[in-house]
Design a protein around this ligand. Structure first.
Ligand code: PHE
Length: 337
């Protein structure tokens, strides 16, 4: 009997060492432990033993049962380890892949990039300036009178030290001219701030792109040709532009310029409020006063400047009807660009 039990253990060991998966393991389990298996068979042989032989055999039988059950749990453990390390059996290759969410550029960044690209092709260099400015650069050097309404605390964010959040990108003109000799040909995209109450067309922070062109004998015709080229590059060859007389402290003469409405092609619709025109921005010939402020001789140098709202262009181009959508960081909105 004892010999039989020992033999049983070693044949269980042998069988288990060849097992590769749960199904095979189950087969071995049935062979030895199942109702008609080898262990129950040996158990019933106990009946044939004499009463002297029985206690020792019973003890050996119990030990054998324990040994076999630990052999099985060992084999089971090995199988699940194997699963974890195996590159195919543990992975369901039929599951759909996990989606990687790729980011994309914000519509405002896209418009800035696109405008910069167009102007660079015309020979403009992209320049930069700080969002926190001096009153001098934002107003004084730009010939803005002390009582100009835009200087009011109700319109402009001031810091305690007297500096401010720039209300326009025009101070970049001053910085560039103070630090460079003419000729100059730059565009400066960037963020600006005004104390506006937010609504569908106003936001307390917004973006502009500034242009500045200084050389000898620059005329309004040069400005116009740059703006026409820009309009055509951005919205196609059918777009017309229109200059209207206006006033800015730092340009003389000053104009506002409009694009013919890209929705209705100038016929009149709700986007252009039936005028056929979309107001784009301000521009003009750099005021001699400004040239003097930066140490350029207005008798030798002349130039033009322009500034336009990036959000305005983004809203026209992407047909967005509320500026606030551009600032809410709503993925459902941003995904579309
Ligand atoms: N800075 C002006 C504005 O914010 C626009 C402008 C720029 C006008 C350059 C003339 C020249 O409205």
């Amino acid at each position: 009997m004892l010999q039989k039990l020992e033999k049983l253990i070693s044949s269980v060991e042998l069988k288990l060492s060849t097992v590769n998966d749960n199904k095979e393991l189950e087969e071995v389990r049935i062979e030895f432990l199942g109702r008609k298996g080898q262990l129950p068979a040996l158990t019933s042989e106990m009946r044939d033993l004499t009463s002297e032989e029985r206690p020792a055999a019973g003890k050996a039988l119990n030990q054998t049962k324990q040994k076999i059950s630990s052999l099985f749990s060992e084999a089971e453990g090995k199988l699940s380890d194997l699963k974890g390390s195996d590159s195919t059996s543990g992975i369901d290759v039929t599951l759909p892949g996990r989606k990687q969410n790729l980011g994309s550029k914000h519509p405002i960044t896209k418009i800035i990039d696109e405008c910069s690209r167009v102007f660079r092709r015309m020979g403009f260099v992209v320049a930069d300036g700080p969002e926190i400015e001096t009153v001098y650069n934002n107003f004084d050097a730009l010939n803005t009178p002390k009582d100009h309404p835009s200087r009011d605390e109700l319109d402009t964010f001031y810091f305690d030290d007297g500096r401010l959040l720039r209300t326009q990108t025009s101070p970049v003109q001053i910085r560039i001219m103070e630090n460079n000799e003419p000729p100059i040909r730059i565009v400066a995209p960037g963020r600006c701030f005004r104390r506006d109450t937010p609504d569908a067309t106003h936001s307390m922070n917004f973006h502009q792109i500034e242009g500045l062109y200084i050389d000898k004998d620059v005329s309004l015709a040069d400005l116009k040709s740059v703006l026409i080229t820009f309009a055509h590059e951005l919205f196609g060859p059918d777009v017309k532009i229109r200059l209207r007389p206006h006033f800015f402290p730092f340009t003389e003469p000053s104009v506002e310029y409009d694009f013919s409405c890209i929705m209705c092609k100038g016929k009149g619709c709700n986007v252009c409020k039936n005028s056929g025109w979309l107001e784009i921005a301000g521009a003009g010939m750099v005021d001699p006063e400004v040239l003097q402020n930066v140490g350029y001789d207005p008798e030798i140098w002349s130039g033009f400047a322009f500034g336009m709202g990036i959000e305005r262009i983004a809203m026209i181009k992407y047909r967005v009807n509320d500026i606030r959508l551009l600032y809410e960081n709503d993925i459902r909105f941003l995904k579309q660009f």
